[in-house]
Ligand binder design. Sequence first.
Ligand SMILES: [Zn+2]
Ligand SMILES: [Zn+2]
Length: 217
Amino acid sequence: MPNAAITCYCGSCSITLVDGEATCLFQCGCNSCRQKIQFGQANGGRKCSPLPKLVYMPSLIDTVDGQHLMQAFKLRESADSTQVYCTSCWAIIGVDHVGYPENIFMNFPEFCINNGDLSVPLAAYINMADYDDDVGPEPSEDVPLFESIRYKQERERLFRIPETKRTFTSPHDPVQGYTFRSLLAEIGAPTALNLEEGVDVVATVRGWLQERSDSPI
Ligand SMILES: [Zn+2]
Ligand SMILES: [Zn+2]
């Protein structure tokens, strides 16, 4: 099993994974992925790309550095996913979702430094209902493309893809050891950003940060 590190841009935060081989790769057109990345961008992180890559990594963690600089956020109180940023450079270390089995977490390899084995081929374009010409160019790879996973037929087709099936099937036995979810529990409750869906996050968040810096506490 190849070991791997996920590091932020400034080098303050990193996690090393026991197994650094990505099990699945998607490109996602959803508003929520863009908002997660744009929140980092608004704080000084890397500029969002139209169809970000999502890699799913085995969740067992060997070592953690710079945990005091890591902070967890949710887009909204009701959001199902939580993302961890380095609060110095605003790289995204990883994302958890209530629906993920405990043996995986998601990572945006373009918005951190992920030196794991990311050679797994693109499995699908997902959540393309939120994507259009205003966001970016047409998807170009000849792989399955999903507008949504709202309907049973779409979910079944998506989970028939071998990489998807293997990634999102819960393990038979509970995961033993320190996982991305264990790290989240130590970092503490995520801050809910209460961002409206579909808004210009970069502009909104700049306003949000301004308000916070103006506040006396
Ligand atoms: Zn950093
Ligand atoms: Zn997404």
